[in-house]
Design a protein around this ligand. Structure first.
Ligand code: CP
Length: 304
């Protein structure tokens, strides 16, 4: 049985295959509308979510399956002290596949050790968010038509932003990738990502706290919010939360075909005036999320 806990578990060929299936679903959704008939997807969200939970639920419904689950730990028996591994063993009796988000790093991995059905990590603390990365990869495939020879700026909270850790891990496998990490000193990319992913694979990167300095070089600008829920004190959050705000004037030197991405939710880091710019891809990105999750459900349930 296969789970998806970390994006590293998927080979480049498997990612290519998922993207091909997602594109086919976008073109011919009717072909897939009964693929998961009689299958049930459980969504166990111990942390808030809009896109990940609802796109997984929409994905399963559009595949002809059913959904069940909870959207906050307080409405489950976790509130009575039940462990993750007990919850998983029970939910496996009622469903064919489980999507799980948890504030503790590694919780979906622990769940996968006890589960009788496939587990999908929908975000674990500040660690990983592999299905957001699949969403990002489908967005890049559709909007940039390639994964190689791209200069990717990643801006905001690079320390706690789990989506960017998974994205860097995935993109570092393609040729000619360069990264520009744009963050305040306190929210820089963790050393383990720089050492284990970037330096080991000889990937070029620069670090800066100036959003405009490298703007003209970028093919992709990936904005992120400052992760309030992971800060130890509110004072630091308030000081850093509006450090970068992308607006029209900051895009003056940007390429005409820049792709502006954001995993969402957005707080202040992209001014709404940017939403009408044809380079703004973040709402399209949220839409792509449903299709790649449909492809992933089919893969993990081994449905052709
Ligand atoms: N991008 C993302 O994970 O959004 P949600 O927190 O709304 O699921």
């Amino acid at each position: 049985m296969k789970h998806l806990i970390d994006i590293k578990e998927l080979s480049k060929d498997e990612i290519k295959e998922l993207i091909e299936v997602a594109k086919d679903i976008m073109q011919s959704p009717e072909k897939y509308s009964e693929k998961c008939k009689h299958k049930k997807l459980a969504t166990l969200f111990f942390e808030p979510s809009t896109r990940t939970r609802l796109s997984f639920e929409a994905a399963m419904l559009e595949l002809g399956g059913s959904v069940l689950g909870f959207s906050e730990a307080g409405s489950s028996s976790t509130a009575k002290g039940e462990s993750v591994s007990d919850t998983i063993q029970v939910v496996g009796c009622y469903s064919d596949i489980i999507v799980m988000r948890h504030p503790k790093e590694g919780a979906p991995f622990v769940a996968s050790l006890k589960s009788s059905v496939p587990i999908i990590n929908a975000g674990d603390g500040g660690h990983n968010h592999p299905t957001q990365t699949l969403t990002d990869l489908l967005t890049i495939a559709c909007e940039k038509k390639r994964f190689d020879h791209l200069t990717i700026g990643i801006c905001g909270d690079l320390k706690f932003g789990r989506t960017v850790h998974s994205l860097v891990t995935a993109m570092a496998r393609y040729a000619g990738i360069k990264f520009v990490f744009i963050s305040p000193e306190e929210l820089k990319m963790p050393e383990y990502i720089k050492e284990e992913i970037l330096q080991k694979n000889k990937i070029e990167y620069v670090e800066t706290n100036d959003l405009e300095k490298y703007m003209g070089d970028l093919d992709i600008l990936y904005m992120t919010r400052v992760q309030k829920e992971r800060f130890f004190n509110e004072e630091d959050y308030i000081r850093l939360k509006d450090y970068f705000i992308l607006n029209r004037s900051k895009l003056e030197k940007a390429k005409k075909d820049l792709c502006i991405m954001h995993p969402l939710p957005r707080v202040n880091e992209i001014a709404t005036e940017v939403d009408d710019d044809p380079r703004a891809c973040y709402f399209k990105q949220a839409r792509y999320g449903k299709y790649i999750r449909m492809a992933l459900i089919l893969k993990l349930l081994e449905i052709k």
